[in-house]
Design a protein around this ligand. Structure first.
Ligand SMILES: Nc1ncnc2c1ncn2[C@@H]1O[C@H](COP(=O)(O)OP(=O)(O)OP(=O)(O)O)[C@@H](O)[C@H]1O
Ligand SMILES: [Mn+2]
Length: 447
């Protein structure tokens, strides 16, 4: 009797598995829309699942949208018909993870025909810190963790303890020392605790997984260094090793302009910022010239998504390359307050997303592709290559997958609220190029 129940359970589970897998394979086809959404992997939590209601609302409001919505409906119907005839594919998440992990793995011994510092500096533009997945990156990181320190000084900027070092070849870097063990959980307000050096490393690689297109919202971080013995007042552990992270200094010919973050916190107990009490706050931000045109507001949403995933609620200011003017991207310099508490999801970090209800189509597509645990598994694989691995505990890794789901839920809620215009194909920013890239990228996702 018991045996039979067991077999029935196995049979039902297997059938459910087959149904779910086939549904996921077919879903990209179901919701493909050539005009408004780049093709690629669209799987679970697809916002258009709920868009029938929204479409009615949108159709009354906007003629252009109207066309797109009708097209979407037609595609949907067509795809429904195809679904009946479609052959069964087999999606293997393991293969996806393997292929992405390979794509983002670092080749530390990649041969360089120029100095690593000169190469890294030549990559920087007002909208890019490094090219998308540059093969030379591993060699630059290796130069950072092996380079000889020729000068050391205390860091003079910011509030957190740090050193300014100069490496052989005259490269300036910031050194942020370790304060916590990997499994230490920081409790308290969202910005509590000291800097986490491992968080800088993890956030850098998370940015590389195409969460932030490197030509849209760059990050600039470093890798870890083992310093031999005590250095200039920062003490090494009992084993004589001082662990920390190195952040490569921006090329000196660029000047950084500091901006107050519109969604910054007050850092005062009991005093809330305007955006924390007023859900129409985005309209005020959009009235400011910096945010009313150009890519800046979408850049802020991009970084809010990254900050939410890593749990960084400390984005009080941001910097841009002055020379890039209004179109310059955010330079995300300081991720030290990330990965504090894996059991807490600080939803308020997503305020720019849910208050403005807009997100780049390219980012949304990438988020979809990283569902099903792909995000944590690929990141774990890349971080496994780091000289001070493990960088993140399993609890932090699974927090990333859980938070990814929460971001997609927020996007879905926005589509419900404002319609398809929540998903922005960013034409002010060379979107046709991105669409091409998107197609290419979908080769490594579940598609
Ligand atoms: N890699 C870098 N290249 C150029 N400038 C940098 C770099 N890192 C830091 N800076 C400058 O130093 C300032 C302080 O750095 P950072 O934000 O990392 O320090 P912090 O102690 O965490 O500061 P805060 O307490 O304000 O958060 C930055 O705003 C930036 O102007
Ligand atoms: Mn800081």
């Amino acid at each position: 009797m018991k045996m039979r129940r067991k077999w029935r359970f196995i049979f039902v589970s297997a059938a459910l598995f087959v149904i779910i897998v086939s549904y996921k394979i077919l879903e990209p086809e179901l919701f493909k829309n050539k005009d408004s959404i780049p093709s690629g992997d669209l799987s679970l939590k697809e916002p258009f699942e709920r868009s029938d209601r929204v479409q009615d609302k949108d159709n009354q409001e906007n003629d252009g949208e109207d066309q797109r919505e009708i097209q979407l409906n037609e595609d949907h119907r067509e795809a429904e018909d195809q679904k009946k005839e479609a052959p069964q594919h087999h999606v293997d998440v393991n293969e996806v993870v393997e292929s992405m992990a390979k794509r983002f793995s670092l080749n530390f011994s990649y041969p360089l025909d120029t100095s690593p510092w000169r190469l890294a500096a030549s990559w920087v533009t007002p909208r890019q810190i490094h090219p998308e997945n540059a093969k030379e990156l591993g060699a630059i990181l290796k130069a950072m963790h092996e380079g000889k320190i020729t000068q050391a000084d205390v860091g003079h900027r910011g509030t957190q303890l740090k050193l300014t070092l100069v490496l052989d070849g005259k490269q300036k870097v910031v050194f942020k020392p370790a304060w916590y063990t990997r499994d230490y959980i920081v409790e308290g307000p969202p910005y509590a605790g000291r800097d986490r050096h491992n968080a800088e490393i993890a956030a850098f690689h998370l940015g590389r997984l195409n969460l932030l297109l490197s030509d849209e919202a760059p990050c600039f971080y470093g890798r870890c260094l083992y310093c031999k013995g005590p250095e200039d007042g920062v003490c090494a552990g009992s084993d004589g090793v001082l662990e920390g992270v190195l952040v490569l200094w921006m090329p000196e010919h660029f000047h950084l302009k500091l901006h107050r973050h519109p969604w910054g916190r007050t850092y005062r107990d009991g005093k809330l910022a305007r955006w924390e009490t007023d859900n129409t706050y985005c309209a005020q931000v959009q009235a400011v010239p910096t945010y009313s045109r150009g890519p800046r507001l979408l850049d802020i949403v991009d970084t809010a998504v990254l900050d939410f995933l890593v749990g960084n609620a400390d984005r009080h200011h941001y910097e841009t390359v002055e020379e890039g003017g209004r179109d310059a991207a955010l330079v995300i310099l300081d991720n030290g307050k990330s990965f504090g508490n894996p059991d807490h999801d600080e939803m308020s970090i997503l305020a720019p997303l849910y208050q403005c209800c807009q997100i780049r189509a390219s980012l949304w597509q990438r988020l979809l592709a990283l569902q099903e645990g792909v995000l944590s598994r690929v990141l774990a694989s890349v971080l496994g290559q780091d000289p001070i691995a493990p960088i993140l505990t399993d609890r932090h890794l699974s927090a990333l997958d859980r938070r990814l789901g929460a971001v997609l839920d927020q996007i879905g809620a926005c589509v419900d609220r404002v319609g398809i215009k929540a998903i922005v194909v960013d034409s002010s920013n060379g979107s046709s190029d991105h669409l091409k890239k998107d197609k290419r990228n979908s080769g490594v996702t579940v598609s």
